[in-house]
Design a protein around this ligand. Structure first.
Ligand SMILES: NC(=O)c1ccc[n+]([C@@H]2O[C@H](COP(=O)([O-])OP(=O)(O)OC[C@H]3O[C@@H](n4cnc5c(N)ncnc54)[C@H](OP(=O)(O)O)[C@@H]3O)[C@@H](O)[C@H]2O)c1
Length: 437
């Protein structure tokens, strides 16, 4: 039987695009044989044809006209690796409306325009694959849509930004300052020249929103999410964490109250018990723990970003797309059905989001200073679990670090606002969450 030919267009030949090109061309024969198709690479769109690259693409395939590739009637599969929410959005919507299959690693686009992208797919009959958008090489999208599809998840918690994890690992294990660790991450190519997407939690937020959608069918609005990066974490916090059996990690947390129905999504630095498997996910790796009502607790860990890991995810999507085109099989939860089911899911009220907290205060070293602090906690009914005090006699100041019993975000925000107004509190308090599964 002759194999059908499927036209594939690659949009973008940057970090990920080059990885996809490298592995696609190397594995092409195997992939074609395993999947029973022939691939016809229609072209590769770039912004600058003359740019030096680490892969050799025949010049007849290179084009700066991405739209022509999308409109090519023989391009059945469009792999979008341009990134961002401008050009990429236009091209993805156009391809989906034309009924094409789109494979993307673009978490910003999905997070910010998820409903529009899905509506375009529905209107035009296009298919969407998004494994590369979250978890790097970890097959988390497939796991949620296929392997664990029978589960309802009350907790998904992960380390989903490799750059932040690298910085925190270097600060925690090797005593580097935030600036030195960031500079090193830049030198090694893990952080962009402008690292704010990573260190301010935006990239992790994009991924958390995708996880929330895949698990619960709802795109959490940013206005209802706690989004914090790692800039405020200091070596003092890491030291305190270690002393009490915790490791500082930047987490994406998606919770669902299976009885009340609400979900919450947040990304923030948190103290993770050092025995937890996520505390051991170090460097640029990612790790995601899922707690499902059927399977129990499952953790996936592996390379979280970079050309090869993301190419692995994109090519996994390509294999699924080709199988679907060839045989019509559509494995896994349908994204449109998921979105329909998620319409009625409410976001959690602030008082329902509960955790123990960690707080660091810089204080004036005077008589009675602690009494004022304890009174503030008592007023808002947040109970202190542990206090450690360091004095700095040379400056007449002290550092107080404390942890609390579980309290809710609303009460704790009030405590912090009130403490910040005390004359004896010299700097804005540092508030971190303590992760409690
Ligand atoms: N880097 C990672 O580790 C990673 C991991 C997971 C997901 N992702 C996602 O994957 C996507 C790509 O990331 P990346 O790191 O590979 O980005 P990148 O290195 O900046 O590459 C972007 C590519 O898009 C091309 N491009 C830009 N504007 C274009 C236009 N108007 N028409 C045609 N081509 C255009 C650029 O062309 P030139 O080369 O000519 O400039 C470049 O080849 C993003 O959505 C990102 O969030 C990245």
């Amino acid at each position: 039987m002759s194999r059908p030919t499927v036209g594939v267009a690659l949009l973008g030949l940057g970090t990920v695009g080059q990885g996809v090109w490298k592995h696609l061309t190397a594995q092409r024969g195997d992939l074609e044989a395993r999947l029973g198709v022939r691939l016809d690479i229609r072209g590769v769109a770039v912004r600058r044809r003359a740019r030096a690259r680490g892969v050799k693409v025949p010049s007849r395939l290179l084009t700066t006209d991405a739209r022509r590739l999308v409109d090519d009637p023989r391009s059945g599969v469009i792999i979008e690796l341009i990134g961002g929410v401008t050009v990429a959005r236009t091209l993805v919507l156009r391809a989906l409306r034309a009924g094409k299959t789109v494979i993307t690693a673009n978490k910003a686009l999905l997070c910010e325009h998820g409903p529009e992208v899905l509506a375009a797919a529905k209107a035009g009959g296009g298919r969407l694959f998004l494994e590369g958008s979250v978890g790097g090489g970890i097959p988390i999208v497939k796991t949620l849509r296929e392997g664990l599809v029978a589960n309802r998840f009350d907790l998904i918690v992960g380390i989903v930004n490799g750059t932040s994890n690298y910085i925190l690992t270097r600060m925690g294990e090797d005593g580097l300052s935030f600036d030195a660790a960031l500079e090193e991450a830049r030198r090694k190519g893990y952080a962009e020249a402008d690292p704010s997407l990573d260190v301010d939690g935006v990239d992790a937020w994009h991924k958390a929103a995708i996880l929330g959608f895949l698990a619960h069918g709802k795109w959490a609005p940013r206005s209802r999410a706690l989004v914090e990066g790692i800039r405020k974490v200091s070596p003092a916090d890491i030291g305190f964490a270690r002393k009490f059996g915790y490791t500082l990690k930047h987490l994406a947390v998606v919770r669902r109250d299976l009885r009340a129905g609400w979900m919450s999504v947040g990304v923030y630095p948190a103290l993770v018990p050092s025995g937890d498997i996520l505390a051991k996910v170090s460097g640029v790796n990612n790790g995601i723990t899922l707690r499902g009502d059927v399977v129990g607790v499952t953790t996936l860990a592996g390379p979280g970003a970079g050309a090869d890991a993301t190419a692995s995810a994109v090519l996994g999507d390509l294999a699924d797309a080709l199988l679907e085109i060839r045989g019509g099989a559509r494995p896994g939860a349908d994204l449109h059905a998921l979105a329909k089911a998620g319409r009625s899911v409410p976001m959690a009220p602030e008082e329902a989001i509960v955790s123990p907290f960690y707080l660091r205060l810089t204080l004036k070293d005077t008589h009675g200073v602690l009494a004022g602090i304890y009174r503030t906690f008592a007023r808002h009914k947040v109970s202190i679990a542990r206090v450690v005090q360091y004095e700095h006699p040379d400056t007449g100041t002290g550092t107080l670090t404390l942890s609390t019993y579980p309290g809710n975000e609303r009460d704790m925000a009030r405590v912090v606002a009130e403490l910040a107004r005390l004359r004896t509190v010299l700097e804005p308090p540092t508030l971190l969450r303590i992760f409690a599964p």
